[in-house]
Design a protein around this ligand. Structure first.
Ligand code: ZN
Ligand code: ZN
Length: 159
């Protein structure tokens, strides 16, 4: 052990160099960009038009929707959707989005109605928000992709 070799170890790293300084204690961050979907265990027999996963019944602000556990897109009846939008826009007090141009590429992505399997109509949502939604006139349902309802809620305009 007594060779001329230097056995001294380098000085230990200070904890600040080892652990990221961003790990600050405190309450968990609220995920502001997710709708408060409460999934039930009940499967619907209806498959997600986007990812083909079997949807489940879920509760969204008191409205029962058919929701994909994977992509969080959901299907709802036209009338219930309008009521939900009206309610959410009225209650919303958070920051508003800047008006955005419509993404015309989204208009080209059509999907199959998960209920009757006919083609869904892809069209801009008639209310506030540059949102493209899919609807089936025969089944009177609309499909919303994840985040679209939030956009509608946060867009400026009459509340
Ligand atoms: Zn999906
Ligand atoms: Zn349909």
């Amino acid at each position: 052990m007594s060779s001329g070799f230097d056995h001294r170890l380098p000085p230990p790293l200070s904890p600040l160099n080892v652990y990221p300084v961003t790990a600050t204690p405190g309450p968990p961050q609220i995920q502001g960009d997710q709708e408060p979907l409460v999934f039930s265990d009940q499967v619907t027999g209806v498959f997600c038009p986007r990812c083909r996963e079997e949807t489940r019944f879920a509760d969204l602000y008191g409205t029962k929707v058919v929701c994909c556990p994977s992509c969080k897109g959901f299907l709802t009846r036209g009338e219930e959707f309008r009521e939900l939008v009206a309610k959410l826009r009225k209650q919303y007090r958070g920051p508003e989005l800047r008006p955005q141009p419509l993404n015309h590429c989204e208009m080209k992505i059509s999907c199959q109605c998960p209920v009757c399997e006919g083609p869904m109509e892809t069209h801009p949502y008639a209310g506030p928000g540059a949102v493209v939604i899919d609807s089936c006139a025969a089944c009177r349902v609309v499909w919303l992709d994840c985040g679209e309802l939030l956009k509608i809620k946060r867009n400026p305009g009459r509340r």
